[in-house]
Design a protein around this ligand. Structure first.
Ligand code: URA
Ligand code: CA
Length: 434
């Protein structure tokens, strides 16, 4: 087989077969096929697309390029959740303990964040003592015992995707639906999930800004998952404004605790119940989505969801007293309100711009090397559709720097106030189940 012939085949819009895709991915992983040929191929894919079969083959070739996590020692159907990423997306912190309390085993492999706020691990590390450096055997034992554990990403998970993603980043080929879908799905499958619930975000703060693109990406991922034997479904949720109120690591831990107690923001609570119901249902812990939802509401109301969070934190070295006393979480030196310049209805809170403001405070990483400040971030006091008086606070800023003029300016630019009444945006734009 010659790589140049395969590039030509794709350039002319023909379908690559399983062996050809394996040849490409194996050769790229071991270095025998150079970057320039893969660049040409990804550009051809960008313009010509990939068939359903090619997407499944590409996904599995990337899965097989490195370690695959074996979760067979964990009893039950392992369901993973993946979000395509948004601003202040606190759902993972809530969903783990929430579905664990209903008996769904959650064996989560997580990473650190780049951009707006930290990843799940960064957020959890706001809890004093909590760590994810545990052995595989310990990880499995904890999931069997408590239904929930989080471990750091294995160094050799889907190395082909790692190389390909970096190359796409500098060759203007990130934005290709078949490549994005297989990239995301390869990581979930290698991490051992039997079933996958996808939260595909749409709107200004999302990777996919338009609803049509978000639906297409969701459908592409659902097809890949189901074609390779993992039950997969997707919820398309709104990211025109940040989710919940909190954006920032310790602030989001506190928000997750409030939500597990049944006192969280309405949108975050609703999205967690929607995603959680699908997880419970796919794990065969309920015979319908309605029954799944009832079970989730029950564990919130009777306190067992919160209890499950405490057990989880404790078993990985964390100080579980933060759950009853969130004041022990890291705190910022300065807490400053951002007053509204005029009265009216909040008509826009541009999610990615607000995320950038949080990153400037230190809540996220501008580059892979940046240090995160776990204490800082933003708490929205108003959401789209809310009425605000002049001088009333729009946002509470938690900062460790005294000079936050740039942050304030960015926030004023991202939040619009209109005289006319504005409706809150729809939270869930659709579901794709097969
Ligand atoms: N996220 C991924 O993991 N892969 C992509 O290709 C795009 C976003
Ligand atoms: Ca949030």
């Amino acid at each position: 087989m010659r790589m140049v012939d395969l590039i030509e085949k794709k350039r002319d819009g023909k379908e690559l077969n399983t062996e050809e895709i394996q040849y490409i991915i194996n050769g790229y992983t071991d270095g025998s096929i150079p970057d320039y040929q893969i660049s040409a191929l990804t550009m051809a894919i960008y313009f010509k697309g990939m068939t359903e079969k090619e997407r499944a083959d590409l996904t599995m070739a990337m899965v097989e390029s490195g370690d695959q996590i074996d979760l067979t020692a964990i009893k039950g159907v392992k369901v993973d959740k993946h979000s395509t990423g948004g601003v202040g997306d606190t759902t993972t912190l809530v969903l783990g303990p929430l579905v664990a309390a209903v008996g769904v085993p959650v064996a989560k492999m997580s990473g650190r964040g780049l951009g707006h706020t930290g990843g799940t691990i960064d957020k959890l590390e706001a809890v004093p003592g909590f760590h994810v450096e545990i052995e595989n055997e310990e990880f499995i034992r904890l999931v069997n015992e408590n239904n929930l554990a989080v471990i750091g990403q294995s160094g050799n998970l889907t190395p082909a995707d790692k190389k390909l993603y970096s190359l796409r980043d500098v060759t203007a080929t990130v934005n290709s639906i078949p490549l994005i879908a297989s990239s995301i799905m390869s990581k979930k499958i290698a991490a051992g999930a039997d079933a996958i619930v996808l939260d595909v975000k749409t709107g200004a703060g999302a990777f996919m800004k338009s609803l049509d693109d978000s639906k297409e990406l969701a459908q592409a991922m659902v097809n890949i998952g189901n074609n390779v034997g993992r039950k997969t479904m997707a919820v398309i949720s709104d990211m025109s404004q940040p989710l919940g109120f909190a954006i920032g690591n310790a602030l989001e831990v506190k928000e997750a605790i409030d939500t597990l107690r049944g006192e969280g923001p309405k949108d975050l609570t609703e999205l967690c119940l929607a995603l959680g119901s699908h997880m419970v249902y796919l794990a065969n812990k309920a015979s319908s989505l309605e029954e799944a939802r009832q079970k989730l509401e029950e564990v919130v109301n009777n306190g067992s969801a919160l209890e499950s969070f405490k057990t989880f934190l404790q078993s990985q070295g964390g100080d579980a007293s933060v759950v009853d006393d969130p004041d022990t979480l890291p705190k910022a030196k300065y807490v400053v309100e951002l007053p509204a310049k005029k009265e009216g209805y909040v008509s826009e809170i541009v999610a990615d711009a607000v995320g950038t403001a949080a990153m400037w405070l230190g809540a996220g990483r501008a580059t892979k090397e940046s240090q995160i400040d776990l204490a800082v971030g933003l708490e929205l006091r108003k959401k789209m559709g809310d009425f605000v008086q002049q001088g009333e606070s729009l946002v509470t800023i938690h900062s460790n720097q005294e000079d936050i003029e740039k942050v304030k300016e960015k926030l004023y630019e991202s939040i619009s106030i209109s005289e006319e009444k504005v409706e809150a945006p729809t939270l869930i734009h659709g579901e794709i189940t097969n």
